[in-house]
Design a protein around this ligand. Structure first.
Ligand code: FUB
Length: 326
């Protein structure tokens, strides 16, 4: 239990948490974060320092309530197919079941996406024997649309291995496109009604500028890096994501859940720490951004803390940029 979390402050301080996926389930706010380990090993561009082993679920009755830690809900040792690195998860509700989607490295060190289920949003979660057939890379985010069709968005560059899947099979030497080529987009796959398998092969999402031209790989202020999230506002789909090397959360919109998406702007300016990762959720009549930074650990990249801030839309549906330190 923590005290009542305030905007732009860690929602819990007794553990390090990151990559928050927030949802309203059963009238409360549930947060599904990564659980960062408190170690002092060095960092590298492959993300080996993010060596998380389990997940905790957090919840708040509302924004005036304390944040409750429901404890460990899944551990890597209980996932038959997974070897290490339980990175950014998400959760979804359908079929009277709560589904936890999560990436991990399999026993060949390849990132895959798995599913675990529970009858309770606070877990514990029981993992499937194997990962989703045909899944790869990291950072799953699931949208259950109003028509009950569900989509999983995923992918991440560098340690997230997305570059290595451009031919459809894993190429350990795969590199990203040249700076003048279209950037790699996040992937989307529709899920079967059972939420455990893909209905169709994952497709790459195209992100274009206001003239319809693809965002290029060299456009590091706007191109996709990792941490996709999709929410709906006024019947428009909003795809938001981290720009990685330029450390912003930006967004693009579409009338179709599978895109193409048109780049719109910045949601969150850089936070303390290398990574930035978020989710967007409506609670009652307000909208909130959940994100993380490393201020509680004085800037250690792999010791992050989840925070939140209110989001404000303009009349035309654009989102006002948040500076988390103002
Ligand atoms: O937490 C590990 C990785 O760092 C996530 O999967 C990325 O989105 C980044 O936040």
């Amino acid at each position: 239990m923590s005290k009542q979390p305030k905007p732009n402050q860690p929602i819990v301080e007794h553990i390090y948490t990151a990559d928050p996926s927030a949802h309203v389930f059963e009238g409360k706010i549930y947060i599904y974060p990564s659980h960062d380990l408190d170690h002092n090993e060095p960092s590298n561009d492959n993300g080996d320092q993010y060596k998380m082993e389990d997940y905790h679920v957090l919840s708040m009755d509302n924004f005036e309530s304390p944040c409750i830690d429901h404890g460990q809900v899944l551990h890597v040792k209980d996932i038959p197919w997974a070897k290490k690195q339980l990175w950014a998860p998400d959760a979804a509700f359908k079929n009277n079941t709560y589904y936890l989607f999560f990436p991990a490295r399999d026993h060949d060190d390849i990132f895959r996406i798995g599913v675990a289920t529970s009858t309770n949003p606070a877990g514990p979660f029981t993992p499937q024997e194997s990962y989703i057939p045909g899944s790869f890379s990291i950072d799953p985010a699931v949208l259950v649309d109003n028509d009950n069709r569900s989509y999983v968005y995923f992918g991440g560059l560098w340690g997230g291995q997305l570059e290595k899947w451009q031919t459809g099979t894993f190429n350990p030497d795969g590199e990203g496109p040249a700076a003048s080529e279209p950037a790699l987009g996040p992937m989307v796959a529709e899920l079967e009604d059972d939420m455990l398998t893909f209905k169709s092969e994952p497709q790459e999402i195209s992100i274009v500028d206001e003239d319809g031209n693809p965002i290029l790989a060299g456009d590091e202020e706007r191109r996709f890096f990792e941490g996709a999230w999709v929410h709906k506002y006024n019947d428009e789909y909003y795809l938001s994501y981290s720009t990685g090397t330029t450390h912003c959360i930006v967004y693009a919109t579409s009338k179709n859940p599978q895109g193409p998406f048109t780049y719109k702007g910045k949601i969150l300016t850089p936070v303390t720490g290398w990574t930035t990762h978020h989710s967007i959720v409506q609670f009652e009549d307000k909208w909130y951004l959940f994100y993380h930074d490393c201020s509680l650990s004085d800037g250690v990249d792999h010791k992050r803390s989840v925070k939140y801030a209110e989001i404000h839309y303009n009349e035309d549906g654009t989102i006002q940029t948040i500076d988390p330190y103002k």
